[in-house]
Design a protein around this ligand. Sequence first.
Ligand code: PAD
Ligand code: ZN
Length: 365
Amino acid sequence: MKAAVLRAYREPLSLEEVDLLPPQTGEIRIRFAASGVCHSDMTRIEGARPSPLPIILGHEASAYVEELGPGVEGLQVGDRVVLSFLYDCGRCFFCRSGHPNLCEVGVGMLRNGTMPDGTTRLRKGDEVLYHMTVSSFAEEAVVPARCATRVPDELPMDVAALIGCGVLTGTGAVFNAARVSPGDSVLIIGAGGVGLNAVQAAAIAGASVIVVSDINPDKLAIARDFGATHVVDARTEDPVAIARDLTHGRGVDFAFEVIGRPATIRQCHDAIRPAGTAIVVGVGEVGDCCEIDTASLPFSEKVLTGTLYGGARPGLDVERLVDLYLNDRLRLDELITRTYRLDQINEAFHDLHEGRLARGLIRYE
Ligand code: PAD
Ligand code: ZN
């Protein structure tokens, strides 16, 4: 099968023929329909968190089931599925305590680029590693069956792909991590493919004030369309001052950082009210630090935290988001700025880098 392989950091992906081993127990072979291009893929190319190579990137995808490995139940060949990049083993402390997105096995797979057994099914002579369990910049993959959620025929495969990361993460940050309630005030910094989903989730949740900060006027226009009550051009305006002005000088109940930079994380902490919560979604570089005035903590009772995969319960949340979309409550078509073929993958990353995309999508059919 054809795949786009990362062989060296900060270099273009190379389009190659890669071999796929058959699915092992509990695994399936899938043929991709579409894959979103997420900033987490670009961060990997930039080498912010270096790990062994070669690796096949891509982790936000829809696919068809082609082959079932031994012991797979609940799926059939031909099923249309959305992939989750976080495997949940169902047995570890975190799965049993209601945090399947922090599954010890699943997080280990993200770190090591493997399947649950610590090896991969991708070969080019030697072993090729997975990126975030899915490796969807390829025609096919072998993945754990637990990471595939069947979706109805009415759901277009293009928008289905986006649910796997950007939609689940952005909406999950609001619905699961923050549990935003009607009347809450919210600041979202970074209105890209993930942040825009936090914006529409805040609107669905009934937030009274939804301030969105970005440096790109095109993203701010979509944010307004998605339910932002106020938009801030961070090139010339201060989101912290504006968030305070809109909340009687107190600060917002919740602030979400969806970029992964210390300066904007600090803005979120500054913009929340006493006992408010700042939630970091964006993934920064290893070693990045952010200064907080510690003396103010006991007086402010502010909470600064992060969220992995929007605190998703992968299968369940995919089903709920599909229903929201099919009932016209969640807008996904508008997120797709441009589609590409796999051989245009480096152009897609260039466009993402230039800020041209809400989401770029690789289409395989
Ligand atoms: P994106 O590139 O589509 O969006 C980033 C947005 O931030 C763009 O619209 C930029 O214009 C904007 N921006 C940049 N600088 C500033 C600034 N100073 N002030 C305001 N806005 C600014 O990326 P994405 O939406 O695909 O991903 C966003 C982050 O989320 C990224 O770090 C990615 O790795 C992370 C992510 N985290 C998880 C998770 O589980 N926590 C999952 C998926 C993605
Ligand atoms: Zn992603």
